[in-house]
Ligand binder design. Sequence first.
Ligand code: PEP
Ligand code: MG
Length: 567
Amino acid sequence: MYKGIAGSDGVGIGEVVIIKEPELKYERASALTVEKELERFNKAIEELVEKTNAMSEEVRKSAGEAEAEILLGHVMIMSDPALSDEVRSLISDGLTAEAAAEQVLDMFAAIYEGTGDELTMQRATDIRDVKTRLIKALLGAEDVDISALKKGSVIVVHDLTPSMTAGIVKENIEGIITETGGKTSHSAILARALEIPAVLSIDNITELLKNGQSVIVDGIGGEVIPDPDDKCISEYRAKREEHIKHKRELLKLIGCETHTADGIHAELVCNIGKPADCKDVLERDGEGVGLFRTEFLYMDTDRLPTEDQQFEAYRAAAAAMDGKPVIIRTLDVGGDKEIPYLGLEKEDNPFLGYRAVRYCLKNPELYRAQLRALIRASAFGNIKIMAPLVTCVDEIRAVKALVKELMAELESEGIDFDRNIEVGVMIETPAAAVIADLLAAEADFFSIGTNDLTGYTMAVDRGNHKVAYLYSVYNPAVLRSIKRVIECGVDAGIMVGMCGEAASDPLLIPLLISFGLNEYSVSPTSVLATRAEILKWSKSEADKVAEEALSCTTESEVKDVLSKYKK
Ligand code: PEP
Ligand code: MG
């Protein structure tokens, strides 16, 4: 059995089909004139853009809008003048178009890869996908076509690229196994959209399995079982049936209100990265947006987005959600989230450095543009503004002062906006948790970012495998912190939400109910499962679990208690 990351849930039983990209061989020095070589490059780009636009249309039909956007992102990379100018310049120095494209795209990919952040690193995968396809187009090599795979196939591949996915006939594919990628990688997003079970990130799996071998893909437990015997197959068939039944049951919760078993109301909203994701939120019955990560607006271009461009994006999200709350986080740059054109200096400790609200307050022109766009968009829906990585009261005061000043400016320009727009604080540092009482007096709401709060509280760099065992929200230090933040917010009468991954963790839900969390912000795919969990618990039952969990002294004791009570 091989263990990987559970990328897309469900159980698939089928036959291995190993997909390998052909080796692409080419000369470095061009034997052609520079003009001829440039012509080859221009033609290849033109054809690739056309083909990718067509693929994106196919994916829109087979998987959905957000998945089609991934391929449109590839068109943007192909059409990016910063990239093509570099390639042309290397061609002018005598390189073949293939060698020039490889050098430039690898360089850009390396910048994104260096960040260590999964979402940013995803862009590196996109750039490398574009690189391979561009070189193939130049060499006249065929794209891998997986549309012809027969029923019952399990795709085993180094990385499932968006361009490969365009050809998938979902009825024929039992499962996907990859050597790279995590829960938020494009391979995972695409597999989930197609509802194909997937296990990701198993080293060397394309060598370990053989074509035609029988295999089980358990996308729930993140396991791959080669050559299963009859007993194992019937066990997993039962697991598959159970899963399908559970999903069908969850669908019944569409349209239901989210509350505890004894009727305490909770808001169940979603985390998004772009306005187009609102469609997923509504389809999955999310009750609003609890975190719109605006970094993507800044990452998807090679220069700062203008105030008007941002306004359009925020307005689109607010309008799509039609009066439901949309919490938009201001730019969370730095640390693991790098934006190359901002030219941030390398720092020894980027996670403790010049980032997020710190950077924004020191770059008022950039921050003013974003805040003006947000305030203007508030006229079109229920927008709330949230500041990331706050560590002291001065920061939230400064953000609020700027918002007030910009409101006066917009007023004098005769521009309409919501005069009661709320400004909240993201609680994701130990400092913010410790002074949660002071922050609660200034902020209109809290949202707990458990991804960072866990890392900063435990002083753990998530990218460092040697200390990864400490990165757990079940540590008493993190739980006490969460409890304190919620209690301070509740005491001050403000809304307290949670937008880190922990908000959809079924083990934690009784604790969050007991502490009094008002809002859960989860990925659209987790909405119904989270609603089902909240519905199971009454406050008094949850209190009992919380009391026992908080009396534990170690992380593993906490986990044992929570698992013992899991319903
Ligand atoms: C968090 O830190 O929990 C969070 C939601 O923000 P991000 O994952 O974008 O850092
Ligand atoms: Mg964070």
